[in-house]
Design a protein around this ligand. Structure first.
Ligand SMILES: Nc1ncnc2c1ncn2[C@@H]1O[C@H](COP(=O)(O)OP(=O)(O)O)[C@@H](O)[C@H]1O
Ligand SMILES: Cc1cn([C@H]2C[C@H](O)[C@@H](COP(=O)(O)OP(=O)(O)O)O2)c(=O)[nH]c1=O
Length: 204
């Protein structure tokens, strides 16, 4: 694989999708080819998972998400990496280590279901002040079942645990403290980490 696999993680409302779009734009401005994607994926299975949140929960949801992730990796992420693109995924394994726990699943079982996917070249974990995130979520028209189950404080606590769990498994990750940062400053911090690690050497 000659591309670079980047993941953006963090609690609902922290700014993942905003950062993903801006990061993709920065790469495209530098004539680097990008594949921007999200989980659940934009496939029929991913759409079914989004539409089934009142019927799917706990273990069934954890397995469905893991199945969607495997297909996403095999059919979309690996082909894009093989063609030399930078892949940016808005959510990946760390999301399951947090969201499935809100649904009463435990870390070792969730991890088992996710053992078939490759670790990213770098997984960013965006964190911010829980009050800032709460204020942003108040402006959302509709929250998903799991968004209503958790709270920014609970999600941040679970994200921190997942970050340590993945760190013990040598997952390549970088925490970005977004407190007081505008979206373009968050993205600059991400690009600094990417350049520090020399991740773009093969895609230029
Ligand atoms: N760094 C930031 N500073 C201020 N507002 C932000 C920032 N990043 C995102 N936002 C705003 O916060 C809201 C949630 O951002 P979004 O990217 O949708 O979060 P997520 O994908 O993590 O749920 C949006 O209204 C977005 O414009
Ligand atoms: C990526 C992911 C999503 N989900 C669930 C949470 C939500 O109910 C649903 C949609 O994810 P979400 O990130 O809320 O999607 P969006 O904000 O783009 O609408 O999928 C998991 O349970 N585990 C995961 O690992």
């Amino acid at each position: 694989m000659s591309g670079v696999f980047l993941v953006i993680e963090g609690p609902n409302g922290v700014g993942k999708s905003t950062a993903a779009v801006l990061l993709a734009k920065q790469f495209r401005d530098r004539r680097i080819r990008v594949h921007l994607t999200t989980e659940p994926s934009a496939t029929p299975l991913g759409r079914m998972i989004r539409a089934s949140e009142s019927q799917l929960s706990g273990r069934a949801l954890a397995l469905a998400i893991a199945a969607d992730r495997c297909a996403h990796v095999e059919r979309e992420i690996i082909p894009a990496l093989n063609s030399g693109k930078v892949v940016i995924s808005d959510r990946f394994v760390q999301s399951s280590l947090v969201l499935q726990r809100l649904d009463r699943m435990e870390l070792p079982e969730i991890w088992q279901y996710n053992r078939f996917v490759p670790s990213p070249d770098l997984s960013f974990y965006l964190e911010d002040d829980p009050n800032t995130i709460t204020a942003r979520l108040k402006e959302r028209q509709r929250l998903s079942r799991l968004e209503r189950t958790g709270s920014p404080t609970t999600e941040l606590d679970l994200y921190e645990e997942a970050y340590r769990f993945l760190g013990r498994r040598r997952w390549r990750q970088a925490k970005i403290d977004c407190r007081g940062l505008a979206p373009d400053e968050v993205v600059s911090a991400m690009i600094n980490r990417i350049e520090l690690l020399g991740l773009l050497a093969n895609v230029r």
